[in-house]
Write a protein that binds this ligand. Structure first.
Ligand code: ADP
Ligand code: ZN
Length: 766
């Protein structure tokens, strides 16, 4: 006898339910305050329909105003949580909104984890996980469907009816369900008249249902053959495949230098998962969702969904449904694609895993890498984090054995890494008369690269024309009236713009402080660089790529294809051009100023500088012509610049990590940041002191060893008209900060006209 059967035999008598024990409660949360959770009684008539993940309408507050809520748990007398419910005192819910859950069980669990970890209300998280198009039914419409009433098909031969009406009934009897009135009329060749008559007689019944009316099918690409993997690629793939075979969780950190063929390994690992009938999610930074990326995956897989920010809500909802129904093999998208409801996920890939865009800068302030790792654990599947410059956090996790390290230390086809040289701007500045951004040496190299038929990429991570508007008379710098940020001069439209709040004003003709008429525009942005390049090389077609020129949907793609075709010879721009681009004809990369982010008050400033310079350097020399890189800097001796110069990630990590450890910064400690803002500087200050006190108090109660830094004015002291203070909370790697913040939040007395946010594992320290 099987084990299963014996189990049933020894099962105790069914519970006998007393009437008063027979209750069911729905635990719900709201997307806006008050967030809940609250419990509601489920009346008998709804008990079949209510399950976690459906929306309910429930009465709220004294006035019993109806509001929509998400059901996150169903609790009964024998449920583990039963003791937390008082069934006698519950209000009944009013109605059930969805026939089926709009979020499945595993995704709801994921949402609960995000809510706990990032200290963000669950309702708020659910609204991030489920796209708006699914919530409001975008791209669907209500349709009427007809069917025979019960028993009509048996009576049909005996009924006395006019011929059209009989034909209609016969069509319905023969043709199954789901006839719309229009289809029926077309088939029978009649008007709506006889159909209406039959409905009135009760012989035909109707029901309405929402059906999808928008689709977003993407044409297939011509299929491409797999490449022959080199030894490093094979080794990496083998390690991953082993885990896919075993059906286990494992995090992989794939440290592969630029051009080492990481994407090819992802593709092959995904092919394996797909062969098992599973799906894969590939997360990339939004800016890397180029046609090149899409094409590469479409050429290898039959069903690829690309989720990018230019999709309409209805299109997104269509993809979501296709994914739910298992019609998609590979889902490629930015951050939020980690919530794709793949029914049988087999693999997750995060490409460029160090990229800052994986962290959301509004609530819930989740990092897609952490969410992805959690999801991979939940689904018992491997996750690959790939980068040429891994985040030090990830690197540390590979060192401690949490992730398995896969190294791909050389470029495919044994192409060499480009040679990198620095140009010391301090020396260069003294030597030349011109005040331009491009040194003599860089100028010569650009000319010779172009003469030899190559192409050039110039990086300057600062948009606008001049970065400061300063009076040479009194030294006054024009600041945004709403933010403590210097205004940036934009030549197109002759305006001054704040890069934080987009406040704009006409460019000043004289100093607003002393009235001096010859105001100067100092510092160089991409606009001014473009002008300079055009002046030095009037014969060479050049293009600027930054958020100002790439506002229109599709403009980024168009620009890249013009560069690929060779129509454009010099591509200059912000970090947008540093990432993931694979143009074999680029033989020179120039970094116009490597120091733009080096001196930010942020413990990751060096890491970002190293990453950016290394990434952009990796765009050079990807073809047979080889390539080189020139880095202009005022700090050639800075360790980040020195390491970038020799493509030395390991050296950089070894130099940087000890100083992180010394100060207890991530990855050696945990960090949370609370930002407080108010129109009144005094209020913001007082409130941040209150928060710091409460947190200190709670930490003592809970006996948690934490360090509260601040409150202090945030580095950007004023933003969009509000004063900002921040409190940093730090702890050792094993002490979870969340319980402290959670309990403190409940105790912090909200104050009028003061807002505050919690950021766990903050990336933005400004
Ligand atoms: P990464 O993502 O590491 O920067 P890619 O995967 O983009 O590198 O690969 C760089 C280039 O090398 C691409 O054009 C790719 O088609 C090519 N490539 C990758 N693997 C191989 C291989 N085994 N043999 C030949 N070419 C390859
Ligand atoms: Zn501003």
């Amino acid at each position: 006898m099987s084990k299963q059967n014996r189990l049933f035999e020894t099962e105790p008598e069914p519970w006998r339910l007393d009437d008063q024990d027979d209750w069911l409660a729905a635990r719900v949360v709201f997307a806006q305050a008050p967030f809940g959770p609250y419990d509601y009684q489920i009346p008998a008539e709804f008990q079949r329909q209510v399950c976690p993940g459906v929306r309910l309408t429930v009465p709220l507050g004294r006035g019993n105003r109806f509001r929509q809520a998400y059901c996150v748990d169903v609790i009964g007398p024998f449920h583990a949580q039963a003791s937390t419910v008082n069934p006698q005192r519950l209000k009944p819910l009013a109605s059930v909104v969805d026939e089926r859950p709009i979020i499945n069980g595993p995704l709801l669990e994921l949402a609960k984890w995000i809510s706990d970890y990032y200290v963000c209300p669950l309702g708020n998280v659910i609204e991030t996980v489920v796209p708006p198009g699914i919530r409001d039914g975008s791209g669907t419409r209500e349709m009427l469907f007809l069917a025979l009433a019960e028993g009509v098909s048996e009576q049909l031969p005996k009924l006395a009816l006019p011929p059209k009406q009989r034909a209609i009934l016969e069509a319905l009897a023969a043709g199954g369900s789901d006839w719309t009135p229009r289809e029926l009329a077309d088939t029978v060749g009649c008007t709506q008249g006889p159909i209406t008559t039959l409905r009135k007689k009760g012989l035909v019944i109707s029901s309405s249902r929402r059906v999808r009316s928008v689709s977003h099918v993407i044409p297939r690409e011509e299929k491409e053959q797999n490449l022959i993997l080199n030894t490093d690629q094979q080794r990496a793939l083998h390690s991953i495949n082993e885990v896919v075979d075993r059906g286990e969780y494992q995090g992989f950190l794939m440290h592969g230098i630029t051009g080492s063929g990481k994407t090819e390994v992802y593709i092959r690992a995904i092919q394996k998962a797909v062969e098992f009938g599973r799906q894969a999610i590939v997360l990339v930074p939004e800016i890397s969702l180029t046609p090149q990326t899409r094409q590469r995956f479409r050429a290898r897989f039959d069903q690829v969904a690309v989720l990018h920010s230019h999709l309409t809500a209805a299109q997104r909802a269509w993809h979501w449904n296709e994914i739910v129904n298992g019609n998609v093999q590979v889902i490629i998208g930015a951050r939020s694609a980690i919530f794709a409801p793949a029914p049988n996920l087999g693999l997750i890939v995060l490409d460029e895993e160090h990229d800052g865009s994986f962290k959301q800068d509004k609530a819930p302030r989740y990092h897609a890498r952490e969410v992805a790792v959690w999801r991979a654990r939940q689904a018992k599947i491997p996750i690959i984090l790939g980068s040429a410059t891994p985040a030090l956090d990830s690197w540390h996790r590979a060192q401690t054995g949490e992730f398995k390290l896969l190294s791909m230390p050389s470029r495919v086809l044994n192409l060499p890494l480009p040679d990198v040289a620095t140009i010391d701007l301090r020396v260069d500045f003294g030597n030349r008369k011109s005040r331009g951004a491009i040194s003599q040496k860089l100028r010569q190299e650009i000319r010779s690269a172009i003469n030899q038929g190559g192409q050039v990429i110039l990086l300057l991570n600062r948009r606008g024309f001049a970065t400061r508007i300063q009076c040479p008379g009194c030294g006054h710098v024009e600041y945004c009236p709403d933010c403590s940020i210097p205004m940036t001069h934009h030549r197109d439209g002759s305006k001054a713009v704040c890069h934080y709040c987009d406040f704009q004003m006409p460019e000043p003709q004289s100093c607003s402080e002393c009235g001096y008429a010859a105001i100067r525009f100092a510092g160089i942005g991409t606009q001014k660089l473009e002008q300079e390049v055009q002046a030095i090389f009037p014969d060479i077609p050049c293009m600027r790529m930054d958020t100002d020129t790439m506002r229109k949907p599709g403009s980024h793609e168009l620009a890249l294809s013009r560069f690929r075709e060779g129509e454009i010879k010099i591509l200059l721009g912000t970090q947008m051009i540093a990432k993931g681009l694979d143009f074999p004809n680029v033989t020179l990369v120039g970094v116009v100023n490597a120091d733009t982010a080096l001196h930010f008050p942020d413990f990751r400033a060096s890491e970002r500088t190293f990453g950016l310079v290394t990434q952009v350097a990796g765009r050079s020399g990807r073809g047979p012509k080889g390539g080189r890189v020139l880095v202009q800097t005022f700090s050639p001796d800075n360790p980040a610049i020195i390491a970038a110069k020799s493509h030395d990630y390991l050296g950089f990590a070894q130099g940087e990590l000890p100083s992180r450890q010394e100060f207890g910064y991530p990855p050696f400690g945990l960090l949370a940041r609370i930002v407080i803002r108010s129109e009144s500087q005094e209020k913001a200050k007082q409130f941040s002191e209150h928060i710091a006190d409460v947190i200190q108090q709670v930490a003592e109660e809970l006996e948690k060893k934490i360090i509260v830094l601040g409150p202090a004015p945030a580095p950007v002291e004023k933003l969009r008209g509000k004063y900002r203070f921040h409190v940093l909370i730090r702890s050792g790697p094993d002490c979870h900060l969340q319980p402290v913040i959670q309990r403190a939040s409940a105790r912090i007395q909200t104050s009028e006209n003061v807002q505050w946010i919690v950021d766990i594992d903050p990336m933005d320290m400004l």
